[in-house]
Structure formats: structure tokens, C-alpha cells
Write a protein that binds this ligand. Structure first.
Ligand SMILES: NC(=O)c1ccc[n+]([C@@H]2O[C@H](COP(=O)([O-])OP(=O)(O)OC[C@H]3O[C@@H](n4cnc5c(N)ncnc54)[C@H](OP(=O)(O)O)[C@@H]3O)[C@@H](O)[C@H]2O)c1
Length: 313
């Protein structure tokens, strides 16, 4: 990949896409093409074909998707499945029929079976049913990743897919309908501090463990994969570090400055006790994450207090 190769970042205003755009610029890539959702609706095949004919991108990173938290995913599986399948099919198939040299599809760790042995190795995909609360989204993501693998194997084209762990970072959504664990907890502790509450109730026992990766690290991994990876096998992108929900809460309590107590509610479900990607493959290739969790959360909180606050209300 040359520094002036034409690279299209789909979804460049999203949490992950915006970090990818910044990382490409930081690394000196000069020929990046983007479109807003309003300027190009990726659900419309004819518009996507016209865009590829006009712009002729050489590399494509697909960070465009309909993404949501557990509530939105479980209430609207039809929309999550349909929209994501449309976006990815249009992008992948049009790129396949164009002169795209490499296509990077972003999957999600929710593609793994609910009962997956931990840590989750890439080989475990499709060995069991996904978690029911995000089944529509997971099925769409699995088919996008598989479509890239098929094109890669059948036609020898470098269509690849990455499976990032749970992500967080600047640009994250604080909308209660869409937010993931870290922004949701930040809001909870921030509001508790503002209202002078004595305690914050944490759902479950707090013992469940999760892996989180900062969007800057996903972005550096995406650029690394564009430069170094062409295999049809999807590849995990994570830190390999787990944190319990209680440890995460204590970290967020410190960062927000909430001084009350954390009280667990063990009558509420913990969800899966572990969700950890096996990152041996990408780590062995030489890529490593660089943003410590507490630093990344602190940056996100500062961003929320400055601009994220307004853009999400
Ligand atoms: N967040 C995570 O924890 C996580 C973890 C692993 C993998 N990923 C993957 O990373 C990718 C990006 O996620 P994200 O968290 O960055 O999501 P996000 O912040 O919601 O960004 C998604 C982007 O896609 C755009 N988009 C949605 N529908 C579109 C359409 N029909 N036409 C054009 N653009 C459209 C959105 O534009 P508008 O906002 O204008 O609609 C937005 O810019 C997804 O594939 C996701 O599966 C995310």
C-alpha cells in the first residue's frame, strides 16, 4: 500500500471509523475518500455502484454499520439484520466487481457462539448459536465475514475481516438506547456524582469479566492489517486483557469522582462470565495495543464533558 493509495473509509464519522481516519492521516496516508451517510446511503446498491465508478478506491475499510447496545439489538433484530446485510453486501460485492486491491470488513466479537470456549479462537466461529439478544446483528456480521472469505478463497482477492473485541473511545455514543458498557457506566456514575447520590447499584455480581479495546487501537490494527494481512481467515483484534465489571466500575467511579458506594444486585443477570478474544494470531504478527484502559476511559470522560455531552443529548 502506497502513502498515496486511494483508501475509502466507510462510516468515517462513527466511533471506529473516525479513529481509523485519524490513524491513516497520522501515518501519512494522503488520499482518503469518505462520504457521509446523507451523501451516500450504503443501503442503496445503485448509489454505491455509482460511487465506486466515480472514485475507484484501491483499498476499502468497512466501518459502516447499524450498531447498538443490548436494548436496541434485542428489540429491533429485523432492522439490525437487514440494514447491516444491505450495507455490507453492497460494499463487498461492488468492491469485488471493481479494482479494489484489499477490502477490510469489520466484524464483531458477538459473532462467536454464546457457549464459546474462552478465550475465543477464530476457529470457533459457527460452532454454535450466537447470543440471542443480538442474533440478528451477529448473523449479518457472520455472513459479511464469510462473504469476504469466500471471495478471497474462490478468486484469490484480498478480502479480509477483523473481529474486534468490545470497543470504546472518543466518539462513543452516550445515548441510553445505543450505548455500550463503558459509556453507560460513565453516565451512571457521572449522574450519581452530579445528584449527590449515596450509592450506585450495579446489575449482577460484578464478577463477570470483559475485554475492552480503545478505538485508537482498533484503528492501528486496521491499518496494520491492510498493510500486512491477506488471508481469508478472520482475525481477532483485542488486548488479551480482562477486567471484571466490578473492577471496571471502581475505575469509572475514580475517574468520575463519585464518592458514594457501589452496591451489587445479584438478582440481576451477569450475562456471560467471560468474553475474551484469543489474540495470539495478530499479536504474533507483531501488532500490539497501546492505550491502557484507565487512560482511554479518562480521555473518553473528558471528551464527554466537553463535546460528547452536547452531541448526545
Ligand atoms: N463499538 C464496538 O464495540 C465495536 C466492537 C467491535 C466491532 N465493531 C464494528 O465496528 C464497526 C463500526 O462500529 P462503530 O461502533 O464505529 O459504529 P458507529 O459509531 O455507530 O458508526 C457507524 C457508522 O456507519 C454509518 N452508517 C450507518 N448506516 C449507514 C448507511 N446506511 N449508509 C452510510 N453510512 C451508514 C453511520 O453514519 P450515521 O451515524 O450518520 O448513521 C456511522 O458513521 C461496525 O461494523 C461494528 O460492528 C464495533
Amino acid at each position: 500500500m502506497r502513502k498515496n493509495s486511494k483508501i475509502y473509509v466507510a462510516g468515517h464519522r462513527g466511533m471506529v471509523g473516525s479513529a481509523i481516519l485519524k490513524e491513516l492521516e497520522r501515518q501519512g496516508y494522503t488520499n482518503i475518500v469518505t462520504r457521509t451517510h446523507e451523501g451516500l446511503d450504503l443501503c442503496r446498491q445503485a448509489e454505491v455502484e455509482r460511487f465506486f465508478e466515480e472514485e475507484k478506491p484501491e483499498y476499502v475499510i468497512d466501518a459502516a454499520a447499524l450498531v447498538g447496545g443490548i436494548k436496541a439489538n434485542s428489540e429491533r433484530p429485523a432492522e439490525f439484520m437487514y440494514v447491516n446485510m444491505q450495507i455490507q453486501q453492497n460494499l463487498i460485492w461492488t468492491a469485488f466487481h471493481s479494482d479494489v486491491k484489499k477490502f477490510l470488513f469489520l466484524g464483531s466479537a458477538c459473532m462467536y457462539p454464546k457457549e464459546c470456549p474462552q478465550p475465543m479462537r477464530e476457529e470457533e466461529l459457527l460452532t454454535g448459536l450466537p447470543e440471542v439478544t443480538n442474533e440478528g446483528y451477529a448473523l449479518a456480521k457472520i455472513s459479511g465475514s464469510r462473504l469476504c472469505s469466500y471471495i478471497n478463497r474462490e478468486y484469490g482477492r484480498a478480502f479480509i475481516s477483523a473481529i474486534p473485541a468490545n470497543s470504546y473511545g472518543i466518539g462513543d455514543s452516550f445515548d441510553p438506547e445505543h450505548s455500550h458498557v463503558i459509556p453507560a457506566l460513565l453516565m451512571k456514575y457521572h449522574k450519581a456524582k452530579e445528584s449527590g447520590a449515596k450509592e450506585v447499584v450495579l446489575w449482577g455480581t460484578g464478577a463477570a469479566k470483559r475485554e475492552f479495546i480503545n478505538n485508537k487501537d482498533i484503528a492501528s490494527a486496521c491499518v496494520f492489517l491492510l498493510e500486512n494481512y491477506s488471508s481469508p481467515e478472520p482475525i481477532n483484534v483485542g488486548t488479551g486483557e480482562e477486567v471484571s465489571i466490578m473492577e471496571l466500575s471502581q475505575m469509572i467511579k475514580r475517574i468520575t469522582g463519585f464518592e458514594g458506594e457501589i452496591v451489587t444486585d445479584p438478582t440481576k443477570p451477569d450475562g456471560m462470565m467471560r468474553r475474551l478474544c484469543d489474540n495470539a494470531k495478530i499479536h504474533e504478527m507483531g501488532w500490539r495495543p497501546t492505550v491502557p484502559l484507565d487512560q482511554g476511559i479518562r480521555e473518553l470522560y473528558e471528551w464527554y464533558l466537553s463535546e460528547g455531552n452536547e452531541s448526545n443529548e
